[in-house]
Design a protein around this ligand. Sequence first.
Ligand SMILES: *[C@@H]1O[C@H](CO)[C@@H](O)[C@H](O)[C@H]1NC(C)=O
Ligand SMILES: *[C@@H]1O[C@H](CO)[C@@H](O)[C@H](O)[C@H]1NC(C)=O
Length: 233
Amino acid sequence: MTSQLRFWSFSVAMSVLALLQVGEGVAHVKVELYYESLCPYCAAFIVEQLVPLHNLFGGVDNKYFEVELIPFGKAKVMFNTEVEEGNFNLTCHHGAPECEGNKAHTCALQKYSKKDAIDFVNCSMALSSWNDFTWPLPEPFISKDPTCITNLGLNQLVMDECVSSPKSNVMIARHGIRTLDLDPPLYYVPWIVIDGQWISKQFRLAKKDLKSIVCNKLKQGGVESGVCKVMML
Ligand SMILES: *[C@@H]1O[C@H](CO)[C@@H](O)[C@H](O)[C@H]1NC(C)=O
Ligand SMILES: *[C@@H]1O[C@H](CO)[C@@H](O)[C@H](O)[C@H]1NC(C)=O
C-alpha cells in the first residue's frame, strides 16, 4: 500500500468511526449468549453475527451493545460433590473435546481482558469446522491448538494450566448453574437472551438477524446509531 493510500484508508476509517458515534440516548442492549464450543450453529452465530456486530459498535468499550459469553450449553455436571471443590464429572453435548473447548473459553474469560477473550472465542469458533458439518468433528482440542493463542499474543502455558486445573471445573460449574437456571429452560444452542429475557419470536429473529433486534431496541430507547445504517457484510 502506498502511504497516500494508507492515509486515505485511515481517513475513511476515521469518518466511519465518527459516523458511528451519533446518538445521545441512554439505551443499552445486552446479549447473553449460552453456547458450547463445538456447536456449528453457535460458531456461525458468533463468527457471522455477534462478533462483527459488536465490533461495528466499537467492541468492549462501546456503551450501546454489551456481550456476555456463557460457555456450557447442553453439557451436564454431576453435582455429587460440592461445586467449590471442583471435583465432579462433566459431560458435554459433543463429547470430551467440547468440554476442553468450553474450558478454554471459560479460562480465556477468566484470565484475559474481555476483548482478548471475545477475540479468542471468535478465533477458536472460526477454526472449528462448523461450515462443512463433518461428523464426528475433527478434534481441534481448542485449548491445545496454538493458532488462536499465538495469533492473539496470549500465553499458552497460562491457558494449559487453567484448563487442567480444578478451578476451571468450578468456573464451568458456575456457567452450568446459570444455564440450568434459565427460564424458560435452554433447549437449543446458541441460546440468546436479550436484556435478561428470552422471547421465542425475538430468539428466532436474533439467530438470523441480531442487528435488527439490537437496533430496534436502541431506537426505542432513543438511540440513532450509525451502526444501524451500515449493512452487515
Ligand atoms: C466420575 O466418573 C467416574 C467414571 O464413571 C466415576 O468413577 C467417578 O466416581 C465419577 N466422579 C464423580 C465425582 O462423579
Ligand atoms: C473473527 O474471526 C473471523 C474468522 O477468522 C475473522 O475474519 C475476524 O476478523 C475475527 N474478528 C475479530 C474481531 O477478531
